[in-house]
Ligand binder design. Structure first.
Ligand code: 13P
Ligand code: SF4
Length: 315
């Protein structure tokens, strides 16, 4: 039997469930994972929710169906656990665009500033930060910082600009962005809104300002999901990664969810190329081989833990 025949023959769903029992594993999936992975997961959530579950789980193994910084955060919070990531190349443009040496230099230029850093960052950058935040917790955290304290916000300038507007704080921003959320086309969204005047535009705060100012609702993945459950509209234009639409359709099967378009028709730009590296086959293989796993230097882990714990306390 050749390799292709073999991979077709594996029933990934039942094999993954079998391995889950054998390993005493918990499968955590972010909303941007492909539908089958979301459906087999024990928990599906946003970055903050998944970090909290990773911290408190009693399972021996955490299988993190998400991107590298999420699995790394799980390991920082719960170092005794074996933390597996289906594809080790599942990174994030925000984390990649903020190298620790450059971030350190940025901080040194502004020694009186408090460094609030988005969770979409490496362990090295977290270790240099004062407080970590997620899109669902950032506003609450910033509002607890004394008004006279200057702030550096990294690495997402779009989320940073949005937070400046929401909190009235004049923060210094690192110039990074998400390659998925920056591709939405304002022109095409206006066209869609004209075509479907009753559709509400709902957006993740990583989107550019031009999209956010036209949005009827802005929030983290979990908050977008809660919004469509509570709201009475029947149609939504969804300006975030397409994976979330799976949960939206499950929650509200009679409503319509239109993925926000990008300028380039040929590009499926609203699929995160990193999140979508994970597949059922890789999920199965990482559990079978207990590889790839997150390994962290203990000194680095302890330094990165402090600002994450502050986030959990303040959110
Ligand atoms: P959430 O915390 O809203 O799930 O966002 C994570 C993310 O990577 C968005 O692109
Ligand atoms: Fe990173 Fe953007 Fe992908 Fe989220 S959607 S993981 S911010 S690249």
């Amino acid at each position: 039997m050749n390799e292709t025949t073999l991979s077709v023959a594996v029933d990934y769903k039942s094999e993954i469930l079998k391995l889950k029992r054998q390993l005493n594993a918990v499968i955590l999936a972010h909303y941007y994972q492909e539908s089958e992975i979301q459906d087999i997961a024990d928990f599906v959530g946003d970055s903050l929710e998944l970090a909290k579950i990773a911290k408190s789980t009693k399972a021996d193994v955490i299988v993190f169906a998400g991107v590298h910084f999420m699995a790394e955060t799980a390991k920082i919070l719960n170092p005794e656990k074996l933390v597996l990531l289906p594809d080790f190349d599942a990174s994030c443009s925000l984390a990649d665009g903020c190298p620790a040496d450059k971030f350190k230099a940025f901080k040194e230029l502004h020694p009186d500033h408090l460094a609030i850093t988005y969770i979409n960052s490496t362990a090295e950058v977290k270790a240099l930060s004062d407080i970590i935040c997620t899109s669902s917790s950032a506003e609450k955290i910033i509002n607890q910082i004394p008004k006279e304290q200057p702030i550096l916000f990294s690495p997402d300038r779009n989320l940073g600009k949005y937070l400046i507007k929401k909190t009235g704080r004049n923060m210094l921003l690192w110039d990074g962005s998400c390659i998925v959320h920056e591709t939405f086309s304002e022109r095409k969204i206006i066209e869609l809104k004209n075509k479907f005047p009753d559709a509400k535009l709902i957006s993740h705060p990583e989107c550019e300002e031009a999209i956010l100012v036209r949005s009827d609702y802005i929030g983290s993945t979990s908050k977008l999901l809660s919004f469509i459950k509570e709201d009475s509209s029947k149609q939504y234009i969804v300006a975030t990664e397409t994976g979330i639409i799976h949960q939206m359709k499950k929650a509200e099967p009679d409503k319509e969810f239109i993925p926000a378009p990008s300028e380039d028709e040929a590009c499926v730009c609203n699929n995160c190329p990193y999140m979508k590296l994970n597949t059922m086959e890789k999920l199965y293989l990482c559990m079978k081989n207990k590889y790839p796993q997150i390994i962290l230097d203990e000194d680095l882990r302890k330094k990165a833990l402090l600002p994450i714990e502050k986030m959990i306390l303040m959110s």
